[in-house]
Design a protein around this ligand. Structure first.
Ligand SMILES: Nc1nc2c(ncn2[C@@H]2O[C@H](COP(=O)(O)OP(=O)(O)O)[C@@H](O)[C@H]2O)c(=O)[nH]1
Ligand SMILES: [Mg+2]
Ligand SMILES: [Zn+2]
Length: 308
């Protein structure tokens, strides 16, 4: 029995890496997972145990077990059942690429993204890209925004993917970890990935034609390995971060700056909306909770039904 990491999946076959070799694996018929109503039992990023098929011409195997997931991101299954599809698992960090002007990234999007990352238990890093294009005024604007997020515990970084600014910093943050990149189309994700791995010999865990059969046209997540143990999970065609089932009264739990305040609210179930003696509202009025953050929180409460 071997232990391996799932790099790619095409529905019925999984590409599993173990000691530098890729095995095309199927799942043992009886493998069932407790507690997760998912259309796919195994996802990219899973750490699995598998048995090697000694008779196969190419490296093949059968997945017989899965290690407990650190975290995972999902999307709702297309059918109307309550089932979800696990996009990827065991993500160490997500870099959210932001450009304020070209294209614009609004704080409503940033805060919604961060709430989702918190709900998934995935550490998020805010990366301001295209710094080379910023006027001094725009850089001030970015600095002010970055300060808001640093104050509440998020790492931020100003980079230029085309000029090489702070790329080494990103590389060192990625070393030995599984990362994801997110952000609007056009913010520079592909450019940054090329800057990180210039020869772009993305070691893809190719599945041979034989193992591709039955692949549907749906896009699948895929893991790429770079030098220095950097790993990247790419989720083509999946906007943002998938979905999280969230009740309105949970949203505040994913605003880290509310955490030390909550216990000072008069009502233990305070939604920080218009209740009397609310410590969050007070902190907002005193400028301790950033206006944009509080405003976006209220907006998420109101649009919650569409948010899910
Ligand atoms: N000036 C400048 N342009 C950039 C930078 N990063 C990306 N771009 C440009 O922005 C455009 C979109 O980049 P791309 O990587 O395709 O964005 P993606 O949609 O997030 O993958 C391309 O024309 C890039 O050359 C940067 O740091 N500075
Ligand atoms: Mg791209
Ligand atoms: Zn409150």
């Amino acid at each position: 029995m071997k232990k391996g990491l799932v790099y790619r999946s095409t529905g019925s076959w999984y590409s599993v890496e173990s000691d530098g070799c890729f095995y095309a694996c199927r799942i043992k018929g009886k493998l069932r997972l407790k507690g997760i109503k998912s259309t796919n039992p195994i996802a990219v990023g899973d750490r699995v145990w598998f048995e090697v098929d000694e008779n196969a011409v190419e490296p093949e195997g059968t997945i017989v077990g899965i290690e407990e997931r650190q975290n995972y991101i999902v999307r709702k299954s297309v059918n109307l059942s309550k089932q979800t599809h696990i996009i990827a698992s065991n993500i160490d960090q997500v870099f959210l690429l932001i450009t304020l002007h070209n294209p614009p990234t609004f704080t409503a999007f940033i805060d919604r993204f961060l709430v989702t990352a918190e709900a998934y238990h995935i550490p998020a890093v805010l990366v301001f890209n295209k710094m080379d294009t910023c006027s001094p005024e725009q850089e001030n604007e970015i600095d002010a925004l970055a300060t808001i997020y640093q104050t509440i515990g998020y790492k931020t970084l100003k980079i230029s993917a085309t000029e090489g600014q702070n790329i080494d910093e990103i590389k060192s943050m990625m070393q030995g970890k599984v990362s994801m990149f997110s952000g609007h189309s056009g913010v520079g994700k592909s450019t940054l990935i090329n800057a990180i791995a210039p020869d772009l010999n993305l070691k893809t865990a190719a599945l041979s034609d034989q193992h591709q059969q039955g692949i549907h046209t749906t896009t699948f997540a895929e893991m790429f390995a770079f030098p220095n143990g950097m790993k990247l999970i790419d989720t083509p065609g999946i906007k943002g971060f998938g979905v999280v089932d969230m009740q309105p009264d949970e949203i505040g739990n994913y605003f880290p700056e509310f955490t030390p305040l909550r216990s000072a609210c008069k009502f233990h179930n305070c939604m920080h909306q218009n209740e009397p003696q609310c410590a969050v509202i007070e902190a907002f009025e005193n400028g301790i909770v950033a206006e944009s953050r509080y405003h976006n929180y209220l907006q998420m409460l109101e649009t919650d039904s569409t948010y899910r």
